[in-house]
Structure formats: C-alpha cells, structure tokens
Design a protein around this ligand. Structure first.
Ligand SMILES: [Zn+2]
Ligand SMILES: [Zn+2]
Ligand SMILES: [Zn+2]
Length: 271
C-alpha cells in the first residue's frame, strides 16, 4: 500500500492569502501547505482519497491519480470537501462511492445540492454514490474502518486502513480536525496490534477550541502505539524546520518513543 499526503495545511492553506509572515514567505517547499487530504493506493491498484479539499484538482494532477475507487470523508467543512467537483473526469465510467457519517452526508448533500437536483442547465456533474460508513468495508484488497472522533462538539470520522491480508502492524490511521479520540475508538485502532503509521491533525503550539495543538496531537497519537507519527493540518505559525525541532524536543524529553515529524505536501510512504 502506498500513502501520499496530498495536502498538509489547515483550512486557509499556507501561504495564507495576503499574509507576509516568515512562514508564508518561506522559500522551503515544505512550508507550502495545501488543504488536507490523503491518497491511498493498494497493491492491486485500488485508489482512494480521504477528503477532497479545494486544491484536489492540482493535488491529483501532481500525484498522477488516474482513477478513483472511493472518497472517504472525515467531515463536511469547506477545507475538506470543496474540491469534490473535480472528481468529474474520474467518475465518467462509474459513480464513485462517497463514504461518510450521517451528519457529514446530510451536510454534503446540502452543499452539493446541484449534483442531486435536476435544476442545473448544462455543465457537467460528478457521478457519485453517497454511502453511510457504518462499519469496516473493503475496496478490493484494501480494508477501511471508520473511527469516530470529536472535532470540538462535532462528531466526525478518522479513518484506519490496511491491506486485507496484512492487518496488524501495517495499519495506518488518519485523524484530522480532532480534539478527542474516545476510548472505544482507541480500542478499535489498537485491536490486534498498534498501527504502523498515524497521521494526525495538529494546528500549532497554541491551544485551539476545535483542533489538537502539537502537544495534544503527539500525546493522542502516542496512545495508539503507532511506530511513526506525522502531523498534518498545520497552520502558518510554524515552519517545517521549527516543527521538526519541536517533535525532536518532545522525543528528547521522553514524552514519545515513535518516530515523529511534520508531514508535507507530496510526502509518500510505503506500508
Ligand atoms: Zn479542517
Ligand atoms: Zn502567514
Ligand atoms: Zn473541520
């Protein structure tokens, strides 16, 4: 299974429009953070993305995505779904299933009402099939498990994935826009063994009402027992290098044993 971080930025992306802070003006390509999304490619060519943010088209072109078997949604905030129309060329042959929880699918249908109504004259529409993610399901040889988490007061989904025949330590878990992973969800993640990889949303050092800060995200990810932890959904308050140092300091203080660091747009891993 191949994993690619399509975007690692928070809702406004980095650089932020109109901002002249050092991170927004940075020449380091890893400080360019487009909106948060993950691409997964299975051994038999199965392809899925978690969320389709506003830069989905550009991300898909860069990643060379040529077909898509599923879209898994975390929640219906603009920064996670507003690029969905750009799956159009990938949905010509068959409707693409869109997985989400009840609330996400309801809000999704409101935001993309033109897809479901007959009122639009001309112009294309993506062909999609909303599917309630009530439990684990398979896309070819890939298995996905919805992981309920809290995003402030909102109930949203994280996702766990693995090759059906290579469960346990080859699992990855992707959780973004989170303030709490409950006990049940943690048990679901660790059942049968810890995941190899945890990619987790972490906005900045300062606290935030609806997102983990770096410390909270690293501590929550450490509880999963993951061997490798990457931070995503990062804002413009810290450069990639500063976050690397922050993570190194966290490890030196004995707060974490996993390999940790910030994710970046285009980061690829083989599991
Ligand atoms: Zn978000
Ligand atoms: Zn800035
Ligand atoms: Zn959100």
């Amino acid at each position: 299974m191949k994993i690619r971080v399509l975007g690692s930025g928070t809702s406004q992306g980095v650089p932020v429009v109109g901002c002249t802070c050092p991170v927004c003006l940075s020449a380091d390509s890893r400080d360019k953070r487009s909106r948060c999304s993950l691409y997964i490619k299975g051994k038999d060519g199965e392809q899925a993305v978690i969320d389709t943010g506003p830069e989905f088209r550009l991300q898909a072109l860069q990643a060379g995505i040529s077909s898509l078997d599923a879209v898994l949604l975390t929640h219906a905030h603009a920064d996670h779904i507003h690029g969905l129309d750009d799956i159009r060329p990938l949905s010509k042959e068959t409707a693409i299933p869109i997985y989400g929880n009840k609330k996400t699918l309801r809000e999704f249908k409101e935001r993309f009402s033109y897809i479901f109504k007959r009122t639009q004259q001309g112009g294309g529409k993506p062909r999609i099939k909303p599917v309630l993610a009530a439990g684990p399901f398979r896309i070819g040889g890939l298995c996905f498990v919805p992981i309920p988490v809290k995003h402030g007061v909102l109930d949203i989904l994280g996702w766990m994935g693995f090759e059906y025949h290579r469960k346990n330590e080859t699992k990855f878990v992707y959780i973004t826009d989170c303030t709490r992973i409950g006990r049940d969800s943690l048990s679901r993640i660790t059942e049968g063994g810890p995941p190899e990889l945890c990619i987790i949303g972490a906005l900045r050092v300062r606290p935030h009402k609806t997102h983990f800060n770096f410390e909270e995200a690293l501590s929550a990810a450490a509880e999963t027992g993951a061997r490798r932890i990457f931070l995503t959904h990062i804002c413009h308050e810290h450069s990639h290098r500063e976050i690397e140092s922050y993570c190194a300091g966290f490890a030196e203080a004995g707060k974490i044993t996993a390999k940790t660091g910030p994710a970046w747009d285009g980061m690829e891993l083989d599991l």
